[in-house]
Design a protein. Sequence first.
Length: 82
Amino acid sequence: MSKSPPAENSRVRETLALNIKRRRAELDLSQEQLAYASGLHRTYIAHVERMVRNPSLDNVARIAEALGVEVFELLKPRRQRQ
C-alpha cells in the first residue's frame, strides 16, 4: 500500500475542518461547547479546525456524535454533500 501524497492528506484535513466549522455554526455551538459535548479539550477542537492536528478516527467519531452527524458527513467534500 502506498502512502497518500501530502496534498491529499491536507485536503482531507481541510474538508474535515470546514465541515466541523459549518455544522458547529448551524448548531450555534462554540468550540468550547463542542469540546464539552465530545469530551475533548477546546484547544484540540481549535487545532482540528485550523488543520494543525490530525485527529484519530475515534476523535472524529466523538466530534461527529456531538454534532449529530455521521462520520462520513464530516469527511465528505462540500460539493458532494446534499
